[in-house]
Write a protein that binds this ligand. Structure first.
Ligand code: TEU
Length: 584
């Protein structure tokens, strides 16, 4: 256990490999390399524009890799860059084995892989195989006629008995799409409905058909041959569906889901070695997965995926009406969820840790102090709470700067298909437009998608053209260039947290124990491994707090602190948004 504060962020030489080679496993190594990793997610549209068309791209990303490397992250996850009509910004794929000209070329992907590997980093690509775009040649064929060999690659169903195509109530089930409205689209050309759990231009693939699964496996092997190191699987627990003739059925964690995941693992990456010798890294996005489901998905002996993105903690500020039915964050409820996942995956499986991604609002606005004097302290406190849990942390672009939600003043400024569809449906139901705008201003996915704030210059240094989504006006204060020069910045805090993970085995493997479960805004927990122990305590509120903490920690070393007042407070007293990591 080091008894000195973590080194200042400048201690990382810019070309030092981020993953130490000693952490690379051999075939027999029981500790997978990614347990000490930190993942950085890039949404390529919004990260860096290399050609001035206002849309981020792969050359822009490659030119900014040192930002991610200097942060200390060692895995890069890139959201989809494949050819796509962009109905859902690339999560509607029309060719799994190419790059959309908006984002670059396959040669750019090769260069990205080479540049990452030269830095000791890995590339994880986003695999969207619950659905394709309706422009994918598979769907074009499937739709063309009832006897086309690809007809059964999608979910085609006749109207309910006694109904004609398009009649109200004729849909094969009553399922509601994630993006509003029925999940069934009447298709005049096919004379039948097709299933789309998301937008109507995102038809669901039929994984019951073994040819579909084999095509997915082939595609995954093709990317591994090209040199990618792992996969993030979009909504992977939706691929097994149960649809009964009477309109009942379900699509979360469906009847054949474990079989499909195990088969995909076996056929696509089991036993393969990536550059550096480790195993392929996999994370599945799994809305509505319980701890029990996640234990099955991530138990290494079952050969499915390494970790999943669970959604329970994302639901703490959602009311019964879903994400736009906004409620204040209840930290007691949040702690209960986090603690249950920490304990549930302690012996079997592994947690992913995230506060945000390209689908979620910005944490500093959602859970933090917003744009107040405590903004940066709150970003640091939230980061400390996340990164000190057991699991693999994910940092979403701009989170490391404490980027905030965009102040939308009109629904016309929205781009995201989910927000737009929801707003349209809410207005049609008669909801007051001011209330619709207010909900969007808390929850829209667009908050995550405004351009990355590189500097205080025009368009925050994101593009020389006109950005596809407006840049947050706060970029003049909140940007990477300013924070790089400031040892007290949010960015510096993230670098210290990531450096600590590399130094302290207790942070990676230590047992998690929640303290103060009933305190309304203080999060406190310990981590223990052998004789090593850490105490994490954070006041996630803009009021000071007084808490009972074990006295044995009173004189312990403080490894990292943020939000501290200049004069230290007595033991148990916390300043607003103060966070500390103690080592015994
Ligand atoms: O998201 C799936 C998902 O369940 C949600 O996070 C979704 O974004 C919705 O907003 C919940 O309210 C994945 C991708 O991350 C997302 O960007 C895609 O739009 C979606 O799948 C479809 O591919």
């Amino acid at each position: 256990m080091p008894d000195e504060p973590a080194p200042a962020p400048t201690a990382l030489p810019s070309r030092m490999p981020n993953a130490l080679s000693s952490t690379m496993p051999t075939m027999a190594d029981p500790a997978p390399w990614w347990k000490t990793s930190v993942v950085y997610q890039v949404y390529p549209r919004s990260f860096a524009d290399g050609d001035g068309d206002g849309i981020g791209d792969l050359p822009g990303l490659i030119a900014r890799l040192d930002h991610i490397h200097d942060l200390g992250a060692d895995i890069l996850w890139v959201s989809p860059f494949y050819p796509s009509p962009q109905a859902d910004n690339g999560y509607d794929v029309s060719d799994y084995q190419d790059v959309d000209p908006l984002f670059g070329t396959l040669a750019d992907v090769d260069r990205l892989i080479a540049e990452l590997h030269a830095r000791g980093m890995k590339l994880v690509i986003d695999i969207v195989v619950n659905h394709t775009s309706d422009a994918h040649p598979w769907f074009v064929e499937s739709r063309s006629s009832a006897d086309n060999p690809k007809r059964d690659w999608y979910w085609w169903r006749p109207p309910r008995e006694g109904f004609a195509l398009g009649d109200p109530g004729a849909e094969p089930t009553e399922w509601q799409s994630f993006f509003s409205g029925s999940t069934w689209e009447p298709d005049a050309q096919a004379g039948a409905y097709y299933l789309h759990l998301f937008e109507r231009r995102q038809p669901d693939l039929n994984w019951e058909n073994p040819q579909v699964r084999a095509a997915v496996h082939d595609m995954l092997r093709w990317w591994l041959d090209r040199g990618v190191d792992g996969f993030r699987f979009d909504v992977i627990n939706l691929v097994s569906k149960s649809i009964a003739a009477d309109g009942s059925g379900w699509f979360f964690n469906g009847p054949r889901i474990h079989e499909f995941l195990h088969e995909m693992n076996r056929e696509s990456w089991a036993g393969r070695r990536i550059a550096g010798g480790g195993a392929v890294f996999t994370v599945g996005e799994t809305p509505n997965a319980s701890v029990e489901d996640a234990r099955l998905y991530t138990d290494p002996t079952r050969g499915e995926v390494d970790m999943v993105f669970q959604f329970e903690h994302m639901g703490v500020d959602h009311g019964p009406g879903g994400r736009y039915d906004v409620r204040p964050v209840d930290w007691v409820a949040m702690k209960e969820v986090l603690d249950r996942w920490q304990r549930g995956l302690a012996e079997v499986g592994w947690n992913s840790l995230y506060w945000c991604n390209h689908d979620q609002p910005r944490p500093v606005s959602r859970y933090g102090a917003g744009d107040t004097a405590y903004r940066d302290s709150s970003a640091k406190a939230l980061a400390t709470v996340l990164h000190l849990q057991r699991g693999t942390p994910f940092v979403y672009q701009g989170e490391e700067l404490g980027m905030a939600n965009y102040p939308f003043t009109s629904l016309d400024q929205l781009d995201d298909v989910e927000s737009r569809n929801w707003a349209r449906a809410a207005l049609a139901r008669g909801v007051d437009p001011a209330q619709v705008l207010a909900a969007v201003n808390v929850q829209s996915r667009d908050h995550a998608r405004t351009p990355m704030q590189w500097d205080a210059g025009p368009h925050a240094g994101f593009t020389t053209g006109t950005p596809w989504l407006p840049v947050n006006p706060d970029h003049v204060r909140v940007n990477a260039a300013a924070q790089r020069a400031d040892p007290d910045s949010v960015l510096a805090h993230y670098r210290r947290l990531i450096a600590l993970r590399r130094q302290l085995p207790v942070l990676v493997d230590g047992r998690f124990e929640l303290l103060l479960p009933d305190h309304p805004h203080v999060v406190a927990f310990t981590r223990r491994l052998g004789s090593e122990a850490l105490l994490v305590v954070a006041n996630l509120g803009s009021e000071p707090a007084q808490v009972e903490l074990p006295d044995s920690w009173a004189d312990s070393t403080v490894l990292l602190a943020s939000g501290m007042p200049s004069a230290p407070l007595p033991w148990g007293r916390l300043a607003p948004w103060e966070a500390r990591i103690h080592a015994s």
